[in-house]
Design a protein around this ligand. Structure first.
Ligand SMILES: [Zn+2]
Length: 499
């Protein structure tokens, strides 16, 4: 947090120097005659006047406000909401590009992607993000772009050889993730890497380092394998409890990657703050209709312990979308993907991850198999939707987290995917008011930022959206954005599009 606040402060200082403006009058913005939607209010409030000064909301009134010198925005017929917060993103990688390529053309595309990425979030109204991968230099590159959402991050604390380290070459694992935790119970098969000091890799030492790095949260993983696998090493309950205690001591939130029933049960037992994925792997209960009693009991435990739950409904469709021949033709998709990268996504070389997951094309049997795999994935995804709906019915405050990108799939794109996550929540039967709260006040509360974000109220940071349609009438209104207001600065939506 300290790091990102510092960057925000430096960036705004640089902006005011550039503009050579007197701070008070020229930095004020008056939005007139607008319908205000704020999640703490049961009803929309029409004909409101909202004054923004120095990047914060200074007044919300039902009468015209005198503000000489303020810039004015006519809000007639429009809707003013808080900006969207996506509580689960990863900004480190250029999506879909092969890892570790030395081809200069790939390097150029990666650069283009990283420059466009923060603007893509803003294009879809996402004004706050939480990055859940521990690569501070990449996050700094994201916030180094002139226009970017307010950005917060978690430090990642996986167990030695566990997920996601299991996907990396042993030699490269610990260069990228040096805040790994040594699990004595796994000592035989998963010893500490040569030369590492065990005292540096206890839960306490790791959390202390992460706290010093400016992160607001620690994310660990409970994942014993995707699909049929269940042989990846896990943290013991004892270590997980120590991690819980250490994060509390440093005032950090504890997030856990877990999407299977057995893994999520451990997360509940350890009383984590937020489970960073929906429950779509129901283990042996997979074939049962509705909500099987054991699933219901687990979801009631999540609710009962006040544990946050990010449904991340886009994880599976983000991969199966690679089989959708129309994906790259979606005009909204082109708004967030630079043209050269969009062109490259259409090439055979860009299908490397699809081939890895679904097998090669164009052999007919392979296509059939890949369809079967996609159908099976979709069945899983629908479990996640059922679980989410059940939690909603229990009164759980839902959270918005898209997990963009959840894999090296170009099916997940920044901002675009956050919007699709909201559409999927709607498809899962979640009412529009609950989706609105998930995207705004609930995320702000879950990340302990409600002082600054989540509502249209005096004193909050003026990260706002001026919409052409009512998002409490239609979820698609979240993509009918007239202007994105970032720290009081109105930005034309189309100026944020990729070009
Ligand atoms: Zn993730």
């Amino acid at each position: 947090m300290i790091r990102s606040l510092l960057l925000v402060a430096l960036a705004s200082a640089a902006l005011s120097l550039l503009n050579c403006r007197a701070a008070s009058a020229a930095d004020a913005l008056l939005i007139e005659n607008v319908t205000v939607l704020s999640p703490e209010q049961a009803q929309p409030r029409g004909n409101r006047y909202v004054l923004v000064r120095d990047g914060r909301i200074a007044a919300v009134s039902d009468r015209p406000i005198e503000a000489p010198g303020a810039r004015r925005l006519d809000g007639t017929g429009k809707f003013l909401t808080p900006g969207i917060m996506d509580g689960h993103v990863h900004v480190s990688d250029a999506i879909g590009l092969p890892f570790g390529s030395t081809d200069p053309a790939m390097g150029a595309m990666e650069k283009q992607f990283l420059v466009q990425q923060p603007r893509s979030y803003l294009y879809f109204g996402v004004t706050q993000v939480v990055d859940l991968i521990n690569r501070p230099a990449r996050v700094a590159e994201f916030t180094g772009q002139p226009q970017h959402p307010d950005t917060f991050r978690c430090g990642v604390a996986p167990v030695v050889d566990g997920y996601p380290l299991v996907f990396m070459e042993p030699a490269a694992r610990y260069a990228q993730f040096d805040d790994y935790i040594y699990e004595p119970a796994n000592a035989g098969k998963h010893p500490l890497p040569a030369g590492a000091d065990p005292a540096e890799h206890t839960p306490e030492a790791v959390v202390e380092r992460i706290a010093k790095s400016g992160a607001i949260c620690v994310k660990t993983t409970l994942e014993d394998g995707f699909g049929d696998r269940s042989d990846w090493p896990l943290m013991s309950m004892d270590t997980l409890r120590r991690l819980r205690a250490a994060t509390k001591k440093h005032g950090l939130l504890l997030l856990v990657h877990a999407n299977a029933l057995d893994m999520q049960r451990k997360a509940v037992e350890a009383q984590v703050d937020i489970i960073a994925h929906g429950l779509w792997n129901w283990n042996e209960l997979q074939v049962q209709p509705g909500i099987p009693p054991a699933i219901a009991e687990h979801l009631r435990n999540i609710r009962g312990h006040g544990i946050g739950y990010q449904a991340t409904l886009r994880v599976i469709p983000g991969v199966t979308d690679l089989l959708d021949p129309t994906l790259l033709d979606d005009p909204a998709y082109a708004k967030v993907v630079p043209p050269a990268i969009l062109k490259w996504y259409r090439t055979d070389a860009a299908q490397w991850f699809r081939t890895e997951v679904f097998g090669p094309k164009p052999d007919a049997a392979a296509i059939l198999n890949s369809r079967r795999a996609a159908d099976a994935s979709w069945a899983n995804s629908e479990h996640g939707m059922r679980a989410l709906r059940y939690l909603y019915e229990l009164g759980q405050p839902l959270l918005l987290g898209s997990d963009t990108p959840s894999a090296p799939t170009y099916g997940n794109q920044p901002g675009y995917d956050t919007f699709k996550e909201m559409q999927l929540m709607s498809r899962a039967g979640i009412p529009l008011t609950a989706i609105f709260a998930a995207a705004t006040i609930n995320n702000a509360r879950a990340y302990r930022m409600e002082k600054d974000y989540g509502t249209v109220e005096k004193g909050k940071i003026a990260n706002l959206l001026l919409l052409d349609a009512n998002p409490l009438a239609d979820v698609d209104a979240w993509s009918r954005i007239d202007r994105v207001i970032l720290h009081g600065e109105p930005i034309d939506r189309e100026s944020l599009a990729a070009h």
